[in-house]
Design a binder for this molecule. Structure first.
Ligand code: UT7
Length: 322
């Protein structure tokens, strides 16, 4: 079944915060942040919300795809930081782009695996033949839920959006995909939801900001990525040697470099944009894909593996030829 990456685009809010800027907020320094994560700076949305970033990325992706919004049959937005619970970011994007009114538009929350979960969903929709062009966006304004008094988390994340237009026409193919979840009794990566506002309902006080057990998540990420790559090899007979690019969720450069080394691959095969954007959760993979194209490194016939991992716990991999 065809699965063509017809267009892509990304958008970052204009305000940049360097590690030195973060050191004015919490007790940290550039050396610690860069050596532990590979991050030098990140963008925070000071005036825009999640749907604003999503709309900008979507417009660029549609132009790149040489399509109009009326050509879209579905708009999916992967986010764990929507502007509000409802209307969905997807509905806001549909309105802003003046998409048709007979389309599917909704948000999905796979946390940092959201874009890969979205690819899996889009692939299933495209393979029905009913949907021809799907806009898939990863968009986050994580700064809304960051604890700017917690140096273990606030220095890692950034805001941004990336979008792709996927079509069931053209030369591209989905080659292999798999999604996973893992029981997370300790809730090692947590973001708050809507506060309970009903006096009749008793509820435990919940933290109102992102909380993360970084060491546990680091270990989980390594095991998750290794499992996905091993099962890809077992089930397809292909190895990473057969791929042109690997795009891991941009959570930590140490994770990316460790995986490259473990599987005896060059760092160049593993796309890296974390230095200037930090961890943008569901947006990180489409932002990295767009950078690959912008740098003229994405060519027809190439094979790409994308792996997302994050809260839930969730993880998943998607391999396609473009
Ligand atoms: O997107 C979802 C997936 N997320 C991830 O994959 C994140 C995975 N985890 C990580 O990337 C890493 O665990 C971190 C970058 C979050 C942390 O790196 P680490 O090497 O695991 O550091 P650590 O948490 O073990 O902290 C080491 C020390 C601690 O001090 P003590 O207790 O040893 O005295 C921390 O208090 O570094 C201290 N520390 C800091 N120092 C300066 C923690 N944060 C900072 C900071 N600046 N920002």
């Amino acid at each position: 079944m065809s699965f063509t990456l017809k267009g892509m685009g990304s958008y970052l809010p204009s305000a940049t915060f360097t590690n030195d800027d973060m050191a004015k907020i919490v007790d940290t320094n550039h050396e610690w942040i860069h050596s532990r994560s590979g991050i030098s700076s990140r963008h925070f949305a000071t005036e825009e919300n999640t749907h604003d970033l999503a709309i900008q990325a979507a417009k660029i992706a549609l132009t790149d795809a040489n399509l109009n919004a009326v050509d879209l049959d579905a708009i999916l937005v992967a986010t764990f930081t929507p502007s509000e619970i409802t209307p969905s970011v997807a509905c806001r994007v549909a309105d802003a782009l003046e998409a048709r009114d007979d389309i599917l538009a909704y948000d999905l929350n796979g946390a940092c695996s959201g874009f890969v979960y979205g690819l899996e969903t889009a692939n299933a929709l495209l393979s029905t033949g009913k949907y021809k062009h799907i806009l898939l966006i990863g968009a986050e304004v994580i700064s809304k839920v960051l604890d700017f008094s917690d140096r273990r988390t606030c220095i890692l994340f950034g805001d941004g959006a990336g979008a792709v237009v996927l079509s069931n026409t053209g030369e591209g193919r989905s080659l292999w995909s798999k999604t996973y979840r893992k029981f997370d009794a300790k809730c090692s990566l947590f973001a708050p939801g809507v506060p309970v506002n009903n006096p009749l309902v008793s509820h435990e006080a919940q933290p109102q900001k992102v909380q993360m057990d970084g060491t546990a998540i680091f270990q989980f990420a390594i095991e998750a990525i290794q499992r996905a790559i091993k099962e890809f090899t077992q089930e397809t007979g292909m190895t990473l040697d057969d791929l042109d690019h690997v795009v891991l969720h941009q959570a930590n450069q140490r994770i990316t470099s460790y995986i490259a080394k473990t599987f005896k691959q060059t760092d160049e095969k593993f796309v890296s944009v974390i230095e200037d954007i930090g961890n943008t959760s569901a947006a990180s993979i489409p932002i990295a894909l767009t950078a690959l194209k912008r740098d003229n490194r994405l060519h027809p016939g190439q094979k790409i593996m994308m792996i997302g991992f994050g809260a839930g716990l969730t993880y998943g991999a998607f391999v396609l030829s473009v």
